[in-house]
Write a protein that binds this ligand. Structure first.
Ligand SMILES: Cc1cc2nc3c(=O)[nH]c(=O)nc-3n(C[C@H](O)[C@H](O)[C@H](O)COP(=O)(O)OP(=O)(O)OC[C@H]3O[C@@H](n4cnc5c(N)ncnc54)[C@H](O)[C@@H]3O)c2cc1C
Length: 416
């Protein structure tokens, strides 16, 4: 069976891995010259399986009006004349009720824990390098209110097999001594010891090279997909800059761009691009060795070999990947306050890209109305974390098997 995977980001490459190792003939198409060159390029690096609280939750609601007026807010949602954005925004608000936030959280946690297992299996089977580390993620807090909220969330998640360790300020400093120089108030933290981190771009390319060599997966770069072609209620081909590509089955893994192409064939995905930014610098001895999530500024820090990756913010600006310095400045300012002795004089790499976000925070996996077209889409803020599990689920569905975990909340039929 020949399968064409549309998009060679984290979701495309991991799906190719799952299908190829099960014996399928796989071709992966991407407009870029390497795998992982768009949203999977310089993300926060965290494999934060335990981070399952969706952005849409009751605690976010009272903060939204203030955030909409502040240019340095973690989430900037400015109303504009864009129906898709308004629709996404309404879906987001609908998912902020405690009941919906809890059920979305449980669905994400189930996928997160499964992805941890699948990532461990993938690492063991392929032995690929990607600056992986398994020191967990340390969440730090500057206000009592946020700390209490995180502890309540932890109590909730503990019922589902995910318990983080609550730490005093001193215990945080013991765990990550470079925090001792911070200019910020730190009142405490939580350690998610099951979490990991690694470089997603390196992962994509080393996994692509591995499966090209081991299973003969064909990666066709520089191929721009123009249109999906259906015939008699089946996917027949994709029209590309290099001619038509036919296959027995197709997997849509084009990140934020998936809904634009699916809409042409009558499939409506509730995905909207949520822009995020990152900074990458060479680490010195005053940079953290472990991955950190700053719960107050919603910024993540990951040590990737000899580099420090800093990422954050959510901005709704349509399909625009330009770097807005006004959004970089608050990330840089927060990072300098947290790690004042890092080398801030060097040339720092700045990057921006679009997270394919759904209002629930959960992905959209599996079947569509076309029996030979499948989705691995809408991975939003946790696409790196949940890539390995999502790919295994999609491959199971394509093989006609029941996935190893319940897919409630993770399929097209579940999206409201
Ligand atoms: C700032 C930031 C920080 C993040 N931090 C984290 C983190 O710490 N942990 C985490 O788990 N997740 C994180 N994420 C989210 C994660 O990076 C994404 O969810 C993930 O990269 C999505 O992968 P994807 O394969 O769906 O999309 P992509 O990587 O964008 O892949 C889609 C591919 O499709 C190709 N494509 C699109 N359109 C076409 C076309 N017309 N023709 C041909 N090819 C096409 C693109 O070239 C691209 O390679 C972060 C995201 C951002 C922006």
């Amino acid at each position: 069976m020949k399968i064409a995977i549309l998009g060679s980001g984290l979701l495309g490459v991991t799906t190719a891995y799952e299908l190829a190792r099960r014996g399928a003939e796989v071709v992966v198409l991407d407009r870029q010259s390497t795998s992982g060159a768009e949203t999977s390029y310089a993300n926060g690096g965290q494999l934060s399986y335990s981070h399952a609280e969706p952005w849409a939750n009751a605690a976010v609601l009272p903060k939204l009006p203030g955030w909409m007026l502040r240019s340095d807010a973690p989430l900037v949602l400015r109303p504009r004349a864009d129906w898709q954005m308004m629709r996404w925004g309404l879906g987001f608000l609908r998912n902020c009720t405690p009941a919906r936030a809890d059920s979305n959280c449980v669905n994400m946690l189930r996928l997160g824990l499964y992805s941890r297992q699948k990532m461990a299996q993938l690492r063991a089977a392929t032995n690929i390098a990607f600056d992986f580390s398994a020191t967990g993620v340390l969440h730090i807090f500057s206000t009592q209110h946020e700390f209490e909220h995180a502890r309540r969330q932890n109590d909730f998640q503990a019922k589902f097999g995910c318990n983080q360790k609550v730490l005093t300020r001193e215990q945080c400093l013991e765990m990550e001594p470079t925090l001792a120089y911070t200019d910020r108030i730190l009142i405490g933290g939580m350690h998610a010891d099951m979490d990991e981190c690694g470089d997603a771009y390196m992962f994509c390319n080393n996994l692509a090279a591995h499966i090209a060599e081991k299973y003969g997966v064909q990666f066709r770069y520089g191929v721009s997909i123009d249109r999906l072609v259906t015939e008699q209620n089946r996917m027949a081909a994709v029209k590309t800059s290099q001619g038509d590509v036919t296959a027995d089955a197709f997997v849509m893994a084009m990140g934020s761009y998936a809904p634009l192409y699916l809409r042409q064939i009558g499939i409506d995905l509730p995905i909207y691009p949520m822009k995020g930014y990152s900074l990458t610098l060479n680490a010195n001895e005053h940079c953290p060795n472990m991955s950190i999530t700053d719960g107050t500024y919603k910024i993540v820090y990951s040590r990737l070999g000899d580099r420090l990756r800093i990422a954050g913010t959510a901005e709704f600006a349509g399909y625009n990947t330009k770097i807005n310095e006004g959004r970089i400045t608050p990330i840089m300012a927060a990072a300098k306050k947290l790690f004042p002795k890092a080398d801030w004089q060097q040339e720092i790499k700045k990057w921006a890209c679009l997270r394919p976000s759904t209002p629930t925070g959960a992905p959209i996996l599996g079947r569509t109305r076309y029996p030979n077209l499948f989705l691995n889409s809408g991975r939003g803020t946790l696409g790196w974390t949940q890539a390995a599990g999502s790919a295994a689920i999609v491959a199971d569905i394509m093989e006609g098997k029941t996935p190893e975990i319940m897919t409630l909340g993770l399929t097209l039929g579940d999206k409201k």
